[in-house]
Design a protein around this ligand. Sequence first.
Ligand code: F6P
Length: 355
Amino acid sequence: MRIAISTGGGDAPGLNAVIRAVVLSAVHRGWECIGIRRGFGGLLGEGELMPLGPNEVRGITHVGGTILGTSNRGNPLKWRVQRPDGSWEERDRTQELLDSFRANRLDALVAIGGDGTLSIAQHLWEKGLPVVGVPKTIDNDVGGTITTFGFDTAVSTATDAIDKLHSTAESHERVMVVEVMGRYAGFIALSSGIAGSADVILIPEIPFDIDKVCDKIRRREAEGRHFSMVVVAEGALPKGGTVSLIDPAHQRLGGIAEKVAHSIEQMTGKETRVLVLGHLQRGGGPTTFDRMLALRFGAAAVRLLAEGQFGMMVALQPPNIVAVPLAEALATPRRVRLDSDSVATARDLGISFGD
Ligand code: F6P
């Protein structure tokens, strides 16, 4: 067996741990491993192929990012090509990719990525390429698994930031509005907000009413709590409104914290500051939980390849790592359930969702 490994989409802490587990598990079976550089680009002339053995994956379990590089712009089904007049067109380069895969004598692919990469993997599987998926994303929005690796690290970074902001918010008697990532899911905001003792958490799953947000801040003021911490998911939206986009062409979310802060300042008269945590949440080494999950996912992916279970994704369904059909995982993206224990806990603690 000669297997390929690719990392696609936005990076997440734990990618290198998966790569290490896949390579070592494959080498122990006497297989060869090839890393595809820059997402799928390495098979389309955008990057080289990289032989991976024990030496290449030594000492990388705790290291953030991905030694293979990644891209969230290189979808082979919708490859953007610039025309001579400067405009862009999208081309389907699937066949080219399949040809390149065969020309490089690759037998199977381990595709590590979020919903975008896993959809591409599913498409390649439908075209006959033996593939196993590994779910990655700080957003935790992939179906079929109770969590993805990268999420725990991102939450821990966000919680740390909220903890630090508390002292300055209290000293200056200000409202701090912290924007966290998560795309259309509110998991990072919910977990870091609860763990970091936020007063208000705004998530995409619960459209907010700014009056209710300000009521909470005014109530605190009346109780002698002259500062407030508001955690906003980048995909949060007001009731009857739309999400805030900074790059509509690529559906890049952002800017909601600035809008919320502006309204809070106008409506309550409280001095308000904004912090957008951004890519800090994707940086750094993985937590112990994410390392373990990533290593377990990587080893399990190789076991699936050995059993010939293609078109599947490894998933955490405690206490086990199981195989879920890629199509099934992709059919239902994960979102915060309004009847979940975490939402109930936040409400019981007096945290407002602005609803
Ligand atoms: O999916 C991971 C993620 O970090 C999202 O939370 C965020 O919306 C997006 O990627 C940011 O992407 P980019 O790296 O293109 O800014």
